[in-house]
Design a protein around this ligand. Structure first.
Ligand SMILES: [Zn+2]
Length: 174
């Protein structure tokens, strides 16, 4: 086993037939990661060298059953560094901004922090504003509220709902 970062280990790496283009160029890499205050997760990275299709998933190992509803009140920059493990079944709601993001088939699992979660939401809102011109003004307002929260200039509540209990909000224990 090859050692990566301190807590990361490559478990396996192999080549299979790509589910999208059908050529044998889909390389899959499984990495075991130990996240402080959370436990072990199995992370899978996969990509096709022919068509560029990519897949990524995170599977928590062990008995990590977290509450189905968890909230983070972002009132200052301090909260931005709170770690988040978000499964693909997790929905995100920000009442102050009027946002509700339901998990869809394209929904991704990821490990990040509150700042990263806000960045991802801003990115997806920017993509939507290109598609839905008529809603451009509303979306720009939502983006500016999120950006203010990142600067610690406005307060928002981020509600994570995961019926599978695989998502975790990790506040460091001192
Ligand atoms: Zn392919």
């Amino acid at each position: 086993m090859k050692k990566l970062k301190k807590n990361k280990q490559i478990l396996s790496s192999f080549l299979i037939t790509c589910p999208v283009c059908g050529k044998k160029g889909f390389s899959v890499k499984q990495v075991l990661d130990d996240i402080p205050y959370f436990g072990e997760v199995l992370e899978t990275f996969a990509s096709c060298k022919f068509c560029g299709y990519k897949a990524h998933d995170i599977l928590p190992l062990g008995e990590n059953k977290y509450p189905k509803k968890q909230e983070v009140f972002v009132s200052s920059k301090k909260e931005l560094s709170i770690r988040v493990v978000k499964s693909k079944y997790c929905s995100i709601e920000i009442p102050e901004v009027g946002l509700k993001i339901q998990p869809g088939p394209e929904s991704e699992s990821y490990i990040s922090n509150i700042e990263g979660v806000i960045d991802r939401i801003i990115d997806s809102l920017k993509t939507i504003s290109v598609v839905k011109h008529e809603k451009k003004k509303d979306i720009e307002e939502e983006i500016s509220k999120l950006e203010k929260a990142k600067e610690g200039k406005s307060k928002i509540t981020i509600i994570f709902r995961d019926p599978t209990g695989q998502s975790a909000i990790i506040r460091k224990v001192k």
